[in-house]
Design a binder for this molecule. Structure first.
Ligand SMILES: CCCCC/C=C\C/C=C\C/C=C\C/C=C\CCCC(=O)SCCNC(=O)CCNC(=O)[C@H](O)C(C)(C)COP(=O)(O)OP(=O)(O)OC[C@H]1O[C@@H](n2cnc3c(N)ncnc32)[C@H](O)[C@@H]1OP(=O)(O)O
Length: 209
């Protein structure tokens, strides 16, 4: 007779706790760019952050949480755009668009500032890159960005809702062409993107039917 040993820890509970930690760090990042406290207070807070950083470094993995294909879809908690456990990520929450393709309601933050009072163009491009990649998956394929072309039509605001959308337009062999936008909720298009995604040979059968 064999006995299963109880796991040393509950990995899902740890990932949930890491997601809560990441959200707190996002709030910290916003607080840092907007703070107006005196210099002494900033220095004191920095010292506390050094101590907190050391506590987290006490046990270290060699990479962020790994991406995985689960029964509920693709989960990548360490991703820079969608990863709940990555403070750098918004995180972007993507849904299937009833009109086809992928859709995300999002709100950029002051940490995303590029031109004054506007979102950095590279940040908009990063979000669109990921959204276009997700639309490739929505079309039943999987790809890496080969080319990405962006047209900035109007400044993108932060601190107010915007909508991202993307859908595949054409597929041929391992290539998928995708278009996407970031718009105001009233439909005014702020940024347009078009991309060519290539399915690396090992990923050809990565998306389940
Ligand atoms: C754990 C499982 C993971 C599996 C994932 C599964 C599912 C994912 C599901 C959901 C995920 C949702 C969203 C996330 C997805 C994406 C968002 C983020 C996207 C990125 O952030 S991703 C980072 C930036 N991206 C790169 O880091 C690419 C680096 N690069 C390479 O890895 C290779 O370069 C590659 C693979 C692109 C091609 O390599 P390769 O060897 O397979 O291709 P090859 O050379 O054979 O070319 C075949 C034909 O494509 C043409 N072609 C090739 N490259 C081209 C290019 N750049 N532009 C135009 N055409 C190109 C050739 O001209 C030829 O065309 P032709 O057949 O007509 O001659």
């Amino acid at each position: 007779m064999t006995m299963d040993l109880a796991p040393e820890y509950d990995e899902e509970a740890r990932l949930s706790a890491q997601a809560v930690l990441a959200q707190q760090v996002r709030e910290l990042m916003d607080a840092v760019v907007l703070t107006d406290v005196p210099e002494d207070e900033m220095t004191a807070v920095t010292a506390e952050l050094v101590a907190l950083t050391e506590r987290l470094k006490a046990a270290r993995r060699d990479r962020p949480p790994v991406p995985e294909l689960t029964r509920n879809g693709f989960r990548h908690l360490g991703n820079a755009v969608t990863g709940a456990c990555n403070p750098h990520a918004l995180p972007l929450v993507i849904e299937r668009d009833p009109e086809g393709g992928s859709r995300a309601d999002l709100e950029f933050r002051p940490t995303h500032e590029g031109p004054p009072d506007s979102v950095h163009g590279g940040v908009s491009a990063m979000i669109l890159d990921h959204l276009l990649g997700d639309a490739v998956a929505a079309a039943g394929r999987a790809g890496m960005t080969g080319t990405l072309s962006i047209r900035y039509r109007r400044r993108v605001p932060y601190g107010q809702p915007v909508v991202g959308r993307a859908a595949a337009t054409r597929a041929e062999g391992r290539k998928t062409w995708v278009d996407g936008t970031i718009s105001l909720p009233d439909g005014t298009v702020l940024v347009e993107a078009t991309g060519l995604f290539i399915t690396p040979t090992p990923w050809v059968n990565a998306i389940p039917e």
